[in-house]
Structures are given as C-alpha cells and as structure tokens.
Design a protein. Structure first.
Length: 179
C-alpha cells in the first residue's frame, strides 16, 4: 500500500471514523499507535509500522498529524468530523485570513455565511496560495477574504492548530469579501 493511501486511511480513522477499526480515541483525539497498528491489520488487513507512521507524520505536506511527546500516541491536528477537544487556545488572528472553496458555492456562502458543515471548525489559511490549493480540490476555485481580526474583536473565538491552520466555528456574511 502506498504512502498516500495510508495517509488517507489515517485521516479516516483519526479524523472521522475510529470505530472503523474499533480504535479507542480519547476526548482530545489521541489514539495509541500500538493499538492503531494492531487494529489496522486485524480489521482492515492494512499493515502499518511505527516507522511508516512516523514517516507520514514527518513528511505530510499539510502536517495533518502529530505524535505525542512520549512517542506513544498520534492524533490529527484538525479537520475532525467527530467531537474532540484539541485543547486549543483562543488566539488573536491577523487582520485578514483566507478560505478557499469552489466558485459554485459562492452564492450560498454570500447568503448564509460559512459554516463548518460536517467538520468541527471552518479552516482558514494565512496565505492565498494555500487557500487556492484547498479551493481547487472542490472545483473551480475562489478565495474568500475573511475579516478575522474584526470578527475576533467582536467576540468570535479563533484557534490556531499545531499545523498553522486557523479555526473558527462560523463566519457570518458581513465578514466575508472578495477582491
């Protein structure tokens, strides 16, 4: 199995469906690596090793995963569709953050604002290039500019994940603009 497929498998069990391989996840999203390795082969016939998991964590361009300081556990940095507490601190964001999406969603977004849909948070980036890459995954891309600092000043909580993705619960239309 190639690294991309294994990374997608890790995303599935660490962000969305740990029950797929009967994996115990604590309230902060951590799972034991030994249990992940055992359950992956037992329930899905996917052969993992600590070295392979570490390689994926270290080389993933989006830094989706993190291994605990003691080396025994792993979790996803963000993007969960299940309820986990990543113990993120409220941070003051930059004036503007960016959200990449498909242009076909523009009218709906400008009517209803941005919502996390099946995720815990809306993901925002500090640069347009990253937002463009994200938007391309969903079709013809568009980059939305978010008045993040103003939102924060008006009471919205922003969090910064370990892989430098800004997270927020919702974004009303009045804070969204395009150039």
């Amino acid at each position: 199995m190639n690294v991309v497929k294994i990374s997608k498998f890790l995303s599935l069990v660490l962000r969305h469906h740990p029950e797929t391989i009967y994996l115990y996840m604590d309230k902060n999203g951590w799972v034991y690596i030994d249990e992940l390795i055992q359950n992956a082969v037992r329930y899905k016939n996917i052969v993992l090793s600590y070295d392979l998991i570490k390689y994926i964590v270290d080389t993933n361009d989006k830094k989706r995963y993190i291994i605990s300081d003691d080396g025994k556990k792993i979790r996803a940095n963000q993007g969960h569709s299940i309820d986990v507490d990543l113990k993120l601190e409220n941070k003051i964001p930059p004036d503007i953050l960016y959200h990449g999406t498909a242009s076909r969603f523009y009218d709906s977004i400008m009517k209803n604002g941005l919502k996390p849909m099946n995720r815990q948070y809306i993901h925002l980036s500090q640069d347009k290039e990253t937002a463009l890459i994200v938007g391309k995954r969903h079709g013809e891309p568009i980059i939305l500019n978010i008045k993040s600092k103003l939102m924060h000043d008006e009471g919205y909580k922003y969090y910064l994940s370990d892989n430098n993705i800004w997270l927020v619960n919702s974004i009303p239309v009045k804070y969204i603009f395009t150039e």
